[in-house]
Write a protein that binds this ligand. Structure first.
Ligand SMILES: Nc1ncnc2c1ncn2[C@@H]1O[C@H](COP(=O)(O)OP(=O)(O)OP(=O)(O)O)[C@@H](O)[C@H]1O
Ligand SMILES: [Mg+2]
Length: 342
């Protein structure tokens, strides 16, 4: 089922948590709300769930306006950031709880709980109590609890935030696979840009209650709409236009990603636009070498060298960094993206 948000605003006292947010999520889509802490992600999710009423704007689910519909009749399932399981109930009883609350027939509950536990690969652990599970398993119970009610729309608020880095990556692939198999419309909240790129069909980048950009992961990464998005999604070096006027045109600021810069020896002949720099620090990470450059006048750049020579680019070495004009992002003084002249 599609989810349509039209001009949603919500204020808490002095804080404008949401400012005229409009988004259209297609049926079956995994759509992510991405942004820094406090930008309004949870507020928006709770508005869709019906836990609080927006000051202005309209929420529609499956083409029906739901503003007067209470949470339990909106056909949404919510996975909370803290999984909030009942400690004294078994895993299976935790999962069954939402069905009992909705007065689903007894005979139906058992099979549905089994299906939901199988979906998150916990079919053998139904009898355990939550304190007998790992963090990742508990998180999966939280997901099963939302899946079991077979909601038209699944809402997930930072569902991986309590997991360690490795489990986070594994569990996010599982969530994606489950979502794809069921074709369930999912609104997914995270402040982790890598997670958002990895899991989403499309994402919306938020700052301070406002949508900054909506697009597929590759669109947002390759063509950030403004300097905020450019700096928040992936890493970006920002250069004042005066440091590379041949690239900047009328722009105020340039953005170049670490993988789009390349290093050359200080004495090499380079016709491309370049800056003189000194290597400040190098971090060898196996497939890539991260090199931090001091370009003078307070400008530092980060360069990523792929498949590095072991001895390449020593600390203190004088180098030239090549600036590829076709890879540069250009921003106006107000941060908005500027396209280069043809
Ligand atoms: N019940 C409330 N009363 C007052 N202010 C609130 C309330 N709920 C949220 N806020 C404020 O609204 C803003 C948005 O909060 P929200 O929880 O939506 O952020 P978030 O993007 O989910 O952040 P995080 O990534 O830290 O979870 C914040 O400034 C927050 O302090
Ligand atoms: Mg939140």
């Amino acid at each position: 089922m599609s989810v349509e948000l039209r001009e949603i605003s919500k204020r808490f006292g002095e804080v404008q948590a949401l400012a005229a947010v409009s988004l259209s999520v297609a049926a079956g889509e995994l759509f992510t709300l991405l942004g820094p802490s406090g930008c309004g992600k949870t507020t928006l999710l709770r508005t869709v769930a019906g836990f609080h009423r927006q000051d202005a704007g309209v929420v529609s689910i499956g083409g029906r306006e739901v503003d007067e519909v209470p949470p339990h009749r909106r056909d949404v399932g919510l996975v909370f950031q803290s999984y909030a399981l009942f400690p004294h109930l078994s895993v299976a009883e935790n999962v069954a709880f939402g069905l009992e609350e909705r007065r689903v027939a007894r005979a139906e509950i058992g099979p549905r709980v089994e299906r939901a536990l199988a979906a998150v690969r916990l079919e053998d652990l139904g009898e355990r109590r939550p304190d007998q599970l790992s963090g990742g398993q508990r998180q999966r119970v939280g997901i099963a609890r939302a899946l079991v009610i077979e909601p038209a729309v699944l809402l997930m608020d930072e569902p991986l935030s309590n997991l360690d880095a490795k489990l986070r990556v594994e569990t996010r692939s599982e969530i994606r696979a489950l979502q794809q198999a069921a074709g369930r419309t999912t609104l997914y909240v995270t402040h982790d840009q890598e997670e958002a790129l990895a899991i989403s069909d499309r994402l919306a980048v938020f700052e301070a209650g406002r949508v900054q950009q909506v697009g597929a992961p590759n669109e947002v990464y390759r063509r950030p709409a403004n300097a905020f998005v450019a700096g928040f999604v992936g890493r970006m070096n920002f250069l004042p236009a005066a440091r590379a006027p041949e690239l900047a045109g009328a722009a105020h600021q340039l953005g170049l990603r670490p993988e789009d810069l390349s290093l050359h020896p200080a004495d090499g002949q380079l016709s491309a636009p370049k800056l003189a720099a000194r290597v400040r620090a190098r971090v060898f990470l196996g497939p890539v070498l991260q090199v931090r450059l001091d370009c003078g006048e307070g400008l530092e750049l980060e360069v990523e060298v792929h498949r590095p020579e072991p001895s390449a680019w020593r600390e203190g070495e004088e180098v030239q960094v090549e600036l590829a004009p076709e890879r540069a992002h250009r921003f106006a003084a107000d941060g908005s993206r500027v396209e280069p002249p043809e």
